[in-house]
Design a protein around this ligand. Sequence first.
Ligand code: CO
Length: 459
Amino acid sequence: MKIGFTETVLRDANQSLIATRMPLSVFEPILEKMDQAGYYSVECWGGATFDSCLRYLDEDPWERLRIIKAKMPNTKLQMLLRGQNLLGYKHYPDDVVRKFVQHSVKNGIDIIRIFDALNDIRNIEVAVDETLKCGAHASGAISYTTSPVHTLAKFAELCKEMQKMGVQSICIKDMAGVMSPKEAYDLVSAIKDKVDLPLVLHTHCTTGLAFMTYLKGIEAGADVIDTSISIFSGGTAQPATETLAYALEQFGYETGLRHDVLKDVNDFFKPYFNECLATGLLDPTVMGTATEALDYKIPGGMLSNLISQLKSQNAMDKFPEVLEETPRVRKDMGYPPLVTPLSQMVGVQAATNVLLGERYKSIGKEIKAYVRGEYGRAPGEIDQELKKKILGDEKPIECRPADLLEPEFEKTKAMLGDRAESDEDVLSYIAFPQVAEKFFADREKKMQNMARYSIEAIE
Ligand code: CO
């Protein structure tokens, strides 16, 4: 029996521990080595990497991907895609989603993990379809959460629908690190009963459950796990690659991993880890174990947002009340998974309800949009009174939100003209307009400077 390993140091661990600030120049020298490690895949793109490249690192994300591909010809490169939202939180029209997928594959991506925050399958269908058309591997991910409407049967049904769409693997994506060993065992068993596809487990060490969760998930039949090289593992990131390989191999599982290579990879990242600690880029508190998320059923990141919100309003005495109000708001909203941006929306509304001393006296505009159906279908029933209060006589959107959007790619391309040097530039602009605009301008300036230097050199 073989267990595949997806290495996350370049994407999720990088994003979870150091806010995705690892530049290509840091990890480029180790890519050829990583290529020999025997990973099932290396997650290296998507998520926040794209925004971070343009916004903070002065890097073209597409160029980063091409360089990784050139140095890792033997390893499957993986990215995370938020379905119809691509790398952000708003819905993009279908032509943009298709172009984005096409260029991701063309520039080097082999596996696209596609999810929707609400598990509304309509929001992933176009991305899945295009991934398959491009000949890449589409992995359908479910956003893991617990609630009365998120039953094992419902999750298994969702996976079956994704299989019908043509996904080649299923991923259970526990972004908050709250899936327990028992829940993993039961969920993997339930899915494996209904769906004959490779199953990937994704979690974080935040609450300390992750190693056990993976082990029980594997006992129930999971095929692939997401891990990070040990120096950049643990805390809010994934469990350590080497540790899990060590433990699983004793049980007789094959991992396909080369331990000598993993050691070199780990040694390579050690000085950079220390540098991150020294500069403060890495806050040591993210390396600890925080079990509050288990007590309150609220993800760690959301909990710290709530605390800082209350502190800023000098209202920490209301914290217990807000903790009680949060699950009530979530219930009113039909139990959305508490992932970005829904975690923030639910948290802010719960705090507002408590601080104003009256429920839904003031309602955030994102919550209104959600209740109108602009994010997709809620997992459960939205509270009738809340619906009435927000919608009045207006009808919620029943269709897939992107059905209401006009094509955007060609229009944007024409608008950008010379400023976009490629279709990839157009996509960068559509994803993050202001950031991309500034990136293009800086790039132009750099090119002019370079031209000037070369003329001076000739003279
Ligand atoms: Co994650």
